[in-house]
Ligand binder design. Structure first.
Ligand SMILES: *Cc1c(COP(=O)(O)O)cnc(C)c1O
Length: 381
């Protein structure tokens, strides 16, 4: 079966992990700060706080933004559940902004409309979590232009988008218009540390809160609170209710080695996306916008005339590991229990009805891609 996504490891990546196993600290050594530094150098953000997953990164990002019970957080339905769950971990209420059918990202007009309704009803969100779907960056400057007058904090769920750039040519993760960006290093993402994630930010206060929340809320920095004794050499103090969301040095070593391949990975993904784009042009399906700036995490088509389940099963039977991204978050049973129903976000639901994710990863061979295309041709013609 050709999978829809797969990591690519080089011998030097494996060597960097075995070096840590042989010589280094397994956790809380030098690999994590070095990984954070290299992600900052790459993205242009000032601070990086590595976590044991993108999901834990989203959680501490919400905490650092001050999200708590009674607050309102918005995100999009067309994402992985973690984009909304992180606000629920903090006890906040969640609501969604529908997507633009062309970009499949947050719709600017839907956002503008929802903001004006929320303003008149007196219930604006504290935070909006923006998702760069499939690796294609949202127009962050346009989003910030709509939200800044309300003081809404923007968090980028950039789990798909490391290696991508925005419309202004800045690397995703630079946080020019947002408070924080959250990256994931799960094996299907741009680079991998097996499990892992990172929050990047330019705000020193937020960075120090993120470090606290990542590690039990505990700090050894005696300067933080002057009323605590600081002359004992064993001093540490817990200031917040934090978690153990630390990344290990083994994972960080892999992430550091992988980051060196990022440009090559994204270029390979784009070349394959470009090939899909021209070779699928005559089929009855909608292709994604061929965005040169995207990190091309995933390649989704939308079927126009065929039943998605039939095509899905046919392709799987022929060894093509297609998938579906995403079941709209508000239609999961957990979110339905909170009051969301079908019909609330029609663009996300319509997109989902026809969506099919085709295999796309750096080591997908042209022969494998030709096979995917020929099978799709046979089934749809
Ligand atoms: C993968 C992903 C996450 C979560 O990342 P993990 O590292 O798997 O916890 C969050 N949001 C989106 C959109 C993702 O695709």
């Amino acid at each position: 079966m050709i999978p829809y996504g797969r990591h690519t490891l080089y011998p030097e990546d494996i060597e960097s992990v075995t070096r840590v196993l042989n010589e280094g600290f397994l956790t809380q050594g030098e690999q994590v700060p070095l990984f954070e530094e290299s992600v900052c150098t790459y993205t242009g953000a000032r601070y990086g706080i590595a976590c044991n997953s993108g999901t834990s990164g989203l959680h501490i990002a919400c905490l650092a933004a001050g999200v708590e019970k009674g607050d309102l957080v918005w995100t999009v339905p067309n994402s992985f559940a973690a984009s909304a769950n992180c606000a629920r971990y903090c006890g906040a209420d969640i609501d969604f902004v529908d997507i633009d059918p062309a970009t499949r990202n947050l719709s600017l007009s839907a956002l503008e409309h929802k903001l004006s309704v929320a303003k008149s009803e007196g219930r604006l969100p504290k935070v909006i979590i923006v998702v760069h779907f499939a690796g294609s960056s949202c127009d962050m400057s346009a989003i910030a232009a709509l939200t800044s007058e309300f003081g809404i904090i923007l968090i980028e769920d950039a789990a798909h988008a490391l290696g991508g750039t925005d419309v202004n040519g800045h690397k995703v993760g630079r946080c020019e218009y947002s408070s924080m960006s959250v990256l994931s290093f799960h094996p299907v993402k741009s680079i991998t540390s097996a499990e892992g994630g990172m929050v990047v930010t330019n705000d020193e206060k937020i960075a120090s809160l993120l470090r606290l929340y990542r590690s039990h809320g505990i700090s050894r920095d005696a300067e933080r609170y002057l009323d605590l004794p600081s002359d004992e050499p064993w001093f540490y103090a817990q200031y917040e209710l934090g978690y153990n969301y630390r990344l290990s040095d083994i994972h960080a070593a892999l992430g550091r080695a992988q980051l060196k391949h990022i440009e090559k990975f994204v270029d390979a993904r784009y070349a394959l996306a470009e090939r899909y784009d021209s070779m699928l042009a005559t089929l009855p399906l909608k292709r994604p916008v061929l965005d040169r700036n995207s990190a091309w995490h995933l390649y989704m088509v939308e079927l126009e005339r065929h039943d998605r389940k039939t095509v899905f099963n046919e392709l799987r039977a022929r060894g093509v590991g297609v998938n579906v991204h995403y079941i709209p978050i508000h239609l999961h049973p957990y979110y339905k229990k909170l009051g969301f129903t079908k019909g609330m976000f029609p663009n996300s639901e319509r997109y989902y009805d026809g969506a099919l994710t085709l295999p796309l990863f750096p080591s997908l061979t042209l022969d494998e891609q030709d096979y995917v295309i020929s099978q799709l041709n046979e089934i749809l013609k």
